[in-house]
Write a protein that binds this ligand. Sequence first.
Ligand code: UDP
Length: 325
Amino acid sequence: MRYLVTGGAGFIGSHLCEQLLDLGHEVLALDDLSTGRFENVAALEDRPGFELRVASVTDAGVVEPCVVDCRAIFHLASAVGVRLVVDEPVKTIETIVGGTDVVLRAAARYRRPVVLTSTSEVYGKSEKIPFSEGDDCVMGPTTTRRWAYACAKALDEFLALAHWYESRLPVVVARLFNTVGPRQTGRYGMVVPRFVEQALAGEPITVYGDGRQSRCFAHVLDVVDALIALIGRPEAHGQVFNIGNDEEITIRDLAERVRGLTGARSTIRMVPYTEAYTAGFEDMVRRVPDLSKINRLIGYAPRRDLDQILADVIAEHKNDRHLPE
Ligand code: UDP
């Protein structure tokens, strides 16, 4: 079967392409290489059944033939992370909402199943633990740019579910919690690659705020397996699923763990939010997924724990440091 993976050269997208090829499928990856990187898929280019098309997901003239060419779609193309939306709000909102609109219109025209990847950001600043799919999304004011990311992704979800409601387009919404693993870059602020890079360089590990905020980190390969399992399940159509790991750790403890596993002598530097982000930034205190819904449908449970995840990321970064420029 031939799949379209939008955002196929991104961190998660490239692992998804690789896994689909390993399973014997063909893959057409569409990526404009804005936040995705060619190096992520360079090793796939020689594999039979893989094709990369470099173009934007907002370009309907490109997307439509890709959709025609494939039997099902994983839509991952998106601006990544909160930092980008704070720095480039117009482009970010346009890419997230416009790109999803283009993909869903083409999918609706040719009746192709779509897995739309969304984010735990849509739960906003809700303090409920854990987050279940039917819970309220609690957003801040429109005058605070960071909320545009959550709202744009929530609008994507509304649009996908609207297509399901109006024409029974088979869509599945996957809400990804913090996903980490090899190929993730620290460039957009993601904490695990940043801490690992800082530790391996012997630089201070920068913990924002008081470090008591916590997150749950899932290995990208667990996430990719769940996405592939979902696209094959008709019972998932028109539904939202959390995907992640429910092992929680504070960011301060994460810094200590990375320092321990790398054997680094780095200090841990506490950085006030006002210094780390722009004024008015609100960080989430805790973010824990309720995984019971996806567990009931596909038997999903994360297979890799935090130590394995960190070991994989550390190994990759150590390897990169030994490669010539
Ligand atoms: N964080 C940190 N130091 C860094 C980068 C991030 O302490 O160098 C914190 C950040 O404030 C947040 C957590 O790590 O509390 C996770 O950040 P990330 O950007 O990886 O994901 P998200 O905020 O989307 O959960």
